[in-house]
Ligand binder design. Structure first.
Ligand SMILES: [Mn+2]
Length: 347
């Protein structure tokens, strides 16, 4: 480990959060996934990991709640050049389908969708294998997207190690659509894929406020496998004077002992993520989300892994981010990421 002063500014050659740890030294390894093949609305989340990494260096490491947890070691892997290449190639293909509003019954577009799905399968395999190897080495792992399709392979690897785990899912969207626009691994289908293709026992969703009737019925007919705390309900409870702490007890009761957190930044009020791909009015305050995560740990449950996704610096080029309004999204993302790292390292 290099010489390091936690109270000083981050050296320019430092890692995530300005820390000096190598992957070997780190107890927690972050896996960046620069991927946004199926995003349809605002673009830019493939730059999320780099923007977060840049913004992370200005964070004060000492944490009043969690102390100097960073001393366990946190490091971020280099972005895979393969993923960057696949993302570019598959995005170009996918845009043809997105521009047409889905594959419909157009055979040419169906062929393109097959190609896109192959790229997504390659990505899933990469994320799965990388996560599995890190877990086998005794590391803690967090995925940094990219769009919300990115953690699928990681969730598979976590389920192999923690078959009884549940997922606490922050999002504006239910993400329960089957192959949205013809993409098997669409960002809007991540939880549908998790429910249909894995043995996950429990999915608990919070902040959901944008969903179609099919998704609503899917939740209703899930036999309690999916429990959704809709934003409308949460907001009304709060307006009626129910305190957030009591609401958190209700949410946490639904979770098993081991909890994986899947955090789509757009679960928060869009003032925290104005450039995210599909912002929706309403949502949680950052403090409410952090309080809920803290209460999960305080309840005696264990956070075993996480992903943070859909953080986007918008369409600004990466070199312009530092000076642009888009820096804000990465700034919030980096702070949320640091807290997620903290809660995973202390328990
Ligand atoms: Mn979302």
């Amino acid at each position: 480990m290099k010489k390091f002063d936690a109270n000083a500014a981050a050296p320019s050659d430092s890692g995530i959060f300005g820390l000096p740890y190598s992957i070997e030294e780190a107890r927690l390894v972050l896996l960046p996934v620069p991927w946004e093949v199926t995003t349809s609305y605002g673009r830019g989340t493939a730059n999320g990991p780099r923007a977060i990494s840049r913004a992370s260096k200005q964070i004060d490491l000492f944490d009043m709640e969690l102390g100097n947890f960073f001393e366990s070691g946190i490091a971020m892997l280099e972005e895979s050049l393969d993923i960057q290449k696949w993302n570019q190639a598959a995005s170009q293909l996918a845009q043809k389908i997105i521009a047409a509003g889905g594959i419909d019954s157009n055979p040419k577009l169906q062929e393109i969708a097959v190609e896109v799905n192959k790229y997504s399968a390659k990505l899933n395999e990469y994320v799965y294998t990388t996560t599995k190897n890190l877990l086998a080495q005794g590391k803690r792992v967090g995925v940094v997207g990219g769009d919300h399709s990115t953690p699928f392979g990681a969730i598979q690897a976590f389920l192999e190690k923690y078959p009884a785990m549940g997922i606490l899912h922050f999002d504006a969207h239910a993400d329960l659509r089957a192959a949205f626009e013809g993409f098997e691994y669409s960002h809007a289908s991540i939880m549908h894929n998790v429910i249909e293709k894995t043995a996950l026992k429990k999915l608990v969703q919070v902040g959901i406020r944008d969903f179609c009737e099919e998704e609503f019925n899917y939740i209703k007919n899930s036999n309690q496998r999916v429990t959704t705390f809709f934003d409308t309900t949460l907001s009304e409870q709060k307006l009626n004077g129910v305190c957030w702490a009591a609401i958190c007890v209700d949410i946490i009761q639904c979770l098993p002992q081991e909890v994986y957190v899947s955090f789509d930044i757009d679960g928060l009020d869009p003032r925290f993520c104005p450039h995210t791909g599909t912002p929706v009015p309403g949502g949680l305050d950052l403090r409410e989300a952090l309080y809920l995560i803290k209460q999960v740990v305080q309840s005696g449950r264990k956070i075993i892994g996480f992903d943070l996704n859909e953080v986007s610096p918008g369409n600004s080029t990466l070199s312009a981010i530092a000076d642009s309004a888009a820096e804000w999204d990465a700034n919030v993302g980096a702070r949320l990421l640091y807290k997620l790292c903290g809660w995973i390292l202390v328990n």
